[in-house]
Design a protein around this ligand. Structure first.
Ligand SMILES: [Zn+2]
Length: 219
């Protein structure tokens, strides 16, 4: 028997108390949204972009899917839901930033690396988009251990998605003219750190380092 969802209803009551109390952020948001940023994240339950960026409702437009992938622009795109969200965010909402946010311990990338997804399943077809990331890691880091290969693949998949974003002409035009900026972020959920892709260094560099452990001072 599945557990009840009563705790989620109770959660909504707390949300309601916080956001629909004396003054409501939704007073203005009910008229429309004007987010400046689109975050493409994984649907992993531990990686919630508005929570990770401590942003309020209305600030971040979010697309979430397995392994935070962006399909390339192609006729009869079989993964049109992501393309539709991209069109809406970029062309209608005119966001100024698109962030592809990957993360450590990603089950999707693990399935890609271990080839555990059935090839003709929906998941297998979806993950095949990140196959260039798997091939890159296997080719360039064949001797790395499985854990390191997974981390490298998680980061390489972010770059695959960033490249795929540029295959949409209307998006690439905005990047070229400077009205839209692309970012690749990597959340290390074990350390609580945030990494960002630096195109000049061709590497992920630390944007937010882990909290240093607080050491107790002797009295
Ligand atoms: Zn994931």
């Amino acid at each position: 028997m599945p557990q009840s969802v009563d705790h989620l209803v109770e959660g909504f009551k707390r949300f309601q108390h916080n956001y629909f109390g004396s003054s409501s952020v939704f007073d203005t948001l009910s008229e429309g949204q004007r987010p400046s940023t689109l975050i493409i994240g994984c649907c992993d339950s531990r990686v919630h972009p508005p929570m990770l960026t401590d942003t309020a409702p209305g600030e971040v437009f979010t697309v979430r899917n397995v392994a935070n992938l962006v399909p390339p622009c192609e006729p009869d795109n079989p993964h049109a839901s992501v393309a539709a969200a991209l069109e809406f965010a970029v062309l209608a909402l005119e966001v100024e930033h698109v962030i592809v946010m990957g993360h450590s311990s990603c089950g999707g990338i693990r399935a890609l690396m271990n080839r555990t997804a059935i090839a003709d399943s929906a998941l297998g077809k979806w993950l095949s988009m990140a196959e260039p990331a798997r091939q890159h890691v296997c080719q360039h880091y064949p001797d790395a251990d499985a854990k390191e290969q997974q981390r490298l693949a998680e980061q390489a998949a972010i770059l695959v998605s960033l490249n795929n974003l540029l295959s949409y002409p209307w998006l690439a035009d905005r990047v070229a003219e400077g009205s839209l900026v692309l970012h690749g972020w990597y959340f290390d959920l074990r350390e609580g750190a945030l990494w960002g892709y630096d195109p000049e260094q061709h590497a992920f560099t630390e944007l937010v380092c882990p909290l240093t452990p607080v050491t107790m001072q002797a009295a």
